[in-house]
Design a protein around this ligand. Sequence first.
Ligand SMILES: *[C@@H]1O[C@H](CO)[C@@H](O)[C@H](O)[C@H]1NC(C)=O
Ligand SMILES: *[C@@H]1O[C@H](CO)[C@@H](O)[C@H](O)[C@H]1NC(C)=O
Ligand SMILES: *[C@@H]1O[C@H](CO)[C@@H](O)[C@H](O)[C@H]1NC(C)=O
Ligand SMILES: *[C@@H]1O[C@H](CO)[C@@H](O)[C@H](O)[C@H]1NC(C)=O
Length: 485
Amino acid sequence: MSLAETVPMLFVRIVSALFGYTNYVVIGIFVWTIWLDHTQPKRQRIRYGRSILPRLGSIRSFDSEPEFQFVDGLETNLYVYEAILEGDLVTIISIKELDVKIKDLSCLLWYSSQQDSIAFVVNASVRDLHEHHGMKYTAAYVQCALKKRYAYLKGWPLLVGLTGNKSMAFRPKVMLPIQDGGMKSFYQDAASRAHAAEKRVVEFTVCIPPIYGDYSNTAQLVEKLEMSRLLGARRVVLYNNSIAPSVNSVLQMYIGEGKMGLEKLQVVVHPWKLPAVSENGTIRVIQSEKDIHYFGQLAAINHCLHRYRWLSRYIVFTDLDEFIIPRQHDSWSQLIGYRQKRSPNIAAFLFRSTVFAKNLPTPAKGFELKAFEYGSAVFWYTQRDKYIFPALQRSKLIVDPRRVEEIGIHNVWIGSGTTDDVPPTQGMVYHYRMPLRSGPRVLHVSDFTVTNKFGTQLARKLKAAWSKLQARASISKRLSLPIRT
Ligand SMILES: *[C@@H]1O[C@H](CO)[C@@H](O)[C@H](O)[C@H]1NC(C)=O
Ligand SMILES: *[C@@H]1O[C@H](CO)[C@@H](O)[C@H](O)[C@H]1NC(C)=O
Ligand SMILES: *[C@@H]1O[C@H](CO)[C@@H](O)[C@H](O)[C@H]1NC(C)=O
Ligand SMILES: *[C@@H]1O[C@H](CO)[C@@H](O)[C@H](O)[C@H]1NC(C)=O
């Protein structure tokens, strides 16, 4: 033991002899913190709060699903979704009013859930994400910096509260359990890390933006999940704003199978109800495109980035109607490995986008029936626009999540490393949708890459998935006709 440790421990022994065992821990922590504070060079010293943990009944449990909560007592609207532990930071994914500065916000960090534990107080820093599309509300990060000596003292924080009140007698306005997100096991010793890796860390996680509008396209969803699996995904993360009962049943089946470890594909669905705002005495849910861009897409994808950062080697960001297709390799893993070898400092791989227009049904030979039976876009459409969008227009990303701090829809905003502009001959975003460009001058080319590489396997997977779904419930296949799939 060093002097810095023995002196306070001696003091604790004496004090605890005087005051009895009950206060031992509390006093010990106080004394130790003060002592360690003194032994630090005179940089910014952190205040230790007197705020005692509120009744645990008022705190959401650790395994409950996240949801947007209002942070009361500020002069602006701030909603917090989930707190995520990231080494020396706790990042809280939030939605707030654009450009409104939030000062004097403090984080209260609890390292124990015992009723008499004491919070450590640090200033919160709040910043808007870059991409907000000029709406009134934007995605934002609220961040609380952790000090190394706190980790040394008591492990990692378990709960974070937020308050705008500087008084020492404050109570937090909102309390969030802190999600580990795999970071702890990453920092543990190699043995337990290997164990954790085996269990939870996957090579590719796919993050899909919020699904909304009573979404009911089961054929598209099943194809998205099965194609992702074939390309190398072992986890798909979705955000549930509003889905039809048929889609709910499909998701429940995949979630159940993932939990049983049957199919090696973990499907995670996070609830994504947008927050309600109080305006002039009336309460209303904030609206997509009126108040916030595309159902809070930026908050959702950046949540996915942080939440699965330590549980994935790479994260793939695409919509339900898009696939990133390797054109010379057979999987994402091979393609990424190849690109990485050429240039090791890559934080993100950017894929350019091309459209397979859904007004041109041209089923692949041998797959005509399957196209019809499973409502499969991949089998129906094999003619794509000759035109390939340039980088940053409609492009999509595969990122190394540990090198990226903030992503946009088509680009990386903050990261350490380069963005690799993958040549379209090696990989592209195949976007199955109604035409974006039309007229006699739009040229098309046949492209059988997907059916040649994955057709047979995909047909088998779709068959298996649909027979399980039909055995489970009375979901009839939604056979979308070519003109409207
Ligand atoms: C915390 O914020 C207060 C003002 O809100 C400021 O005076 C203080 O220096 C900040 N502390 C740190 C450690 O940044
Ligand atoms: C801040 O704390 C003081 C002292 O406890 C209390 O009187 C006051 O009502 C609090 N303000 C808010 C906005 O919670
Ligand atoms: C999606 O949200 C609805 C409404 O909150 C809920 O009833 C349903 O169970 C959710 N589905 C999934 C798969 O999370
Ligand atoms: C709330 O009321 C004020 C004053 O009556 C008005 O200027 C403002 O536009 C109202 N806000 C909304 C969102 O209706």
